[in-house]
Ligand binder design. Sequence first.
Ligand code: SAM
Length: 362
Amino acid sequence: MTALDLGVPAVPGAATSTTDTQGRPSDPRLVDSWGRVATDLRVSLTDRCNLRCTYCMPAEGLEWMPSEQALTDDEVVRLVRVAVERLGVQEIRFTGGEPLLRKGLEDIVAATAALSPRPEMSVTTNGLGLTRRAAGLAAAGLDRVNVSLDTLRRERFAEITRRDRLDDVLGGLRAAREHGLDPIKVNTVLMPGLNDDEAPDLLAWALEEGYELRIIEQMPLDAGHSWQRDRMITAEQVLASLRTRFTLTDDPAERGGAPAERFLVDGWTAPDGTPAKVGVIASVTRPFCGTCDRTRLTADGQVRTCLFSQTENDLRGLLRGGGSDEEIADAWRVAMWGKKPGHGIDDPGFLQPDRPMSAIGG
Ligand code: SAM
């Protein structure tokens, strides 16, 4: 298969000369051999979480990463700096596990905000603790936040997350709004028999509150490896459910590398005065790998080119072994050059990665 077959563009602005035997162009950015350029970095700050969502983690939790294996705050900042200054990364998303469990998050955000060019910064969180931390995170330079919330019903929330903390999440969302984090996106996974009847209620609530709802297809990334394709709620089902109460039209704005297909919600306006939107992230049924612009760093300093990668490239060893910034940048470039054209969920030989979503960083 060629890049042309995939419909992915040639690397814009890439020089034609090559730097290595693998044919990588002499381009300082994170280009891959299918013509994509990664400019969006997802950094996992911990594999631990304070919820136990049934579709993500077992009740007793997982075997956590020993603390000496996890990158320190300074190590995280150094890798982020290399990504921004040498590799052309423009957007950073801090995630986990639960990134608010990281005490140094405000310091990491502040150090990232001081980089030049300053990247866009967001956090993906379950919202617990955001009531206390939103002011400090906004002051440190955080731009926006994605809060995961699968239901507005207290009992259901406790059933799905195994914790009775819905009010804390809702409070965290309000705090994010009060402190000017904008936009605020709410990420929802729908599961049959659990919350698949709630999409219209969630959208009505998000529109009232001025949040942007995004419904994500469940992916084969659960710790229990029990995901079944015929048991997941598809984007088509989500849209059919939303359309029982709302009129949706395709968002005419350019989608670029964004995972969400967005729709305008007729009759509703977002807090900034533009038409309100809802997003559907159809990673399974309508994959968007051809425009993927993401690179990932795990909490122990491994580069992953894709959520579903079977291989990782170690930057922590290089960093702790005295590697220079340029050596680290080069190792990252080599890792990304080998990025696969697609996630391969539909391949007959597809294997779920060993690391679950919570240890990769969603
Ligand atoms: N703790 C943070 C949070 O709750 O947002 C960040 C990590 S969490 C793994 C990130 C997102 O991944 C959440 O929105 C969660 O619902 C989603 N997620 C977890 N397992 C998933 C799966 N198998 N398929 C799709 N999304 C999943």
